[in-house]
Design a protein around this ligand. Structure first.
Ligand SMILES: [Mg+2]
Ligand SMILES: [Zn+2]
Length: 183
């Protein structure tokens, strides 16, 4: 069977407005053109998979049950738009966390590529045909480490106010602009 292509999406600052340690489904606010961009990727045959660091769990700001509720809400918002996300992978860990058993220096937190590699295995994905899209350097590094093409989202709504990011192949303002390049 032919391997599939995927677009891996960071969550905060890429699909939804970045809220520090977003801990309630009611805080979810989609970024401009996110739905339109995801729709275009889906229509063009990409799997759409969310890859997100959620160290708020290790830090004790919310638990996995709460995160599941948040992700259910995100999926239902998208479903109302006729879009189905193929999967969501998250890393709940942080070495400086306070909650066991999440207080570990894990092998899945971005910039490590483990979540993308797991997704590739589980969904039969060709990483060299796939994209990592995100708003921070760890997203770009995780994508590079997995062998994907990397797209940085840079706009007024996200936290890309940091120093220039080198490991990126494209810079766009939102998911729709990204989708138009690759579809
Ligand atoms: Mg982000
Ligand atoms: Zn982890």
């Amino acid at each position: 069977m032919n391997r599939k292509k995927a677009v891996f999406l960071d969550r905060d600052g890429t699909i939804v407005v970045h809220e520090p340690y977003l801990s309630s489904p009611d805080q979810l606010k989609l970024l401009p053109n996110a739905i339109e961009g995801i729709r275009l990727f889906k229509e063009s045959g990409y799997l759409v998979i969310v890859i997100t660091n959620q160290s708020g769990i290790a830090r004790g700001f919310f638990d996995e049950e709460r995160l599941t509720l948040i992700h259910k809400k995100l999926m239902s918002i998208l479903k109302d738009e006729g879009i189905e996300i193929d999967d969501i992978y998250y890393c709940p860990h942080h070495a400086e966390g306070i909650v066991e058993p999440y207080k570990v220096d894990c092998d899945c937190r971005k910039p490590k590529p483990k979540m993308l590699l797991n997704a590739a295995k589980q969904h039969n994905i060709d990483l060299t045909q796939s994209l990592m899209i995100g708003d921070s350097e760890v997203d770009m590094l995780a994508g590079k480490n997995a062998g994907c093409t990397c797209v940085l989202i840079k706009n007024d709504c996200n936290n890309t106010s940091i120093a220039p990011i080198v490991d990126t192949d494209y810079v766009v303002k939102d998911l729709l602009e990204a989708a138009k390049i690759f579809t």
